[in-house]
Design a protein around this ligand. Structure first.
Ligand code: SF4
Length: 244
């Protein structure tokens, strides 16, 4: 997507009442339009919360310094880690990714920026509230004690059986009750995903051609669609509760 396309989508989204914007990928730090976008976005009269979801491996000292002027205006950075140990993280994200991501966090910390960590729950079930609290504390203490790093907190995301998790996630059967009670928690009930190909119910489905919605962004708010994709049962099985 070009900067101009993204700017136009975000302008429309804001006019339709969107409350927050997320840039994800792929890897958004590879996007050539990123700096033009941030300069434009933070020149708007009203700036909504903006989060960049990144693997963190490309955050050098220059980029960390560049982000500083925007984090002071509300930009949030969220860095993906699969564990607070190198071995477990690199099992999923590739050799060397842990060291590079931690260097990115260090560069941000030196600018006074504390990023969030995004962790994928691979259990195939939902973590309960005490589980999420303990996991966040483990990340905070291990990254602090062993690497001298500071984080803002831990964001837990459900694993889907695709990409690096293909064949890794078993999902329990989801009851009708659970679907009913979880309906307002799944992200498609309150969000929309935009890619260069059009509008989709959620980021999970942007590479599923059948999930492309027959609506423009202007018309999609409030439109209905059927949750009949395999990944939808994953959503309800893993849950998005406890502020996940
Ligand atoms: S995978 Fe299905 S249920 Fe989950 S957020 Fe996307 S559209 Fe909604």
């Amino acid at each position: 997507m070009t900067f101009e396309e993204c700017r136009d989508y975000v302008t429309t989204a804001i006019s339709r009442g969107v409350k927050a914007v997320y840039l994800t990928g792929g890897e958004p730090l590879l996007w050539s339009g990123l700096r033009d976008f941030l300069s434009w976005y933070y020149s708007l009269d009203t700036v909504l919360p903006l989060t960049i979801l990144t693997n963190g491996t490309l955050i050098g000292t220059e980029l960390a310094g560049y982000f500083k002027k925007f984090t002071s205006q509300g930009l949030t950075l969220r860095i993906s880690l699969e564990c607070y140990t190198r071995e477990n993280n690199d099992d999923y994200r590739g050799t060397g990714s842990f060291v590079r991501a931690l260097q990115g966090i260090k560069n941000l910390n030196e600018q006074g920026i504390r990023p969030w960590i995004a962790y994928v729950n691979k259990s195939g079930g939902s973590l309960d509230c005490s589980g999420t609290t303990q996991l966040e504390e483990d990340f905070r203490s291990r990254l602090g004690r062993e690497h001298g790093l500071e984080i803002a907190g831990l964001k837990i995301i459900a694993a889907y059986g695709k990409g690096r998790f293909t064949g890794e996630v078993d999902y329990p059967v989801v009851s009708t009750d659970r679907i009913s009670s979880g309906m307002t928690a799944v992200q498609c009930s309150y969000g929309i995903a935009i890619s260069k190909n059009g509008t989709y119910p959620c980021p999970v489905l942007v590479d599923v051609p059948e999930a492309k919605l027959p609506y423009s962004l202007r018309d999609v708010v409030g439109a209905s669609f059927t949750l009949d994709f395999d990944f939808c049962s994953s959503c309800f099985a893993t849950g998005t509760r406890c502020g996940q």
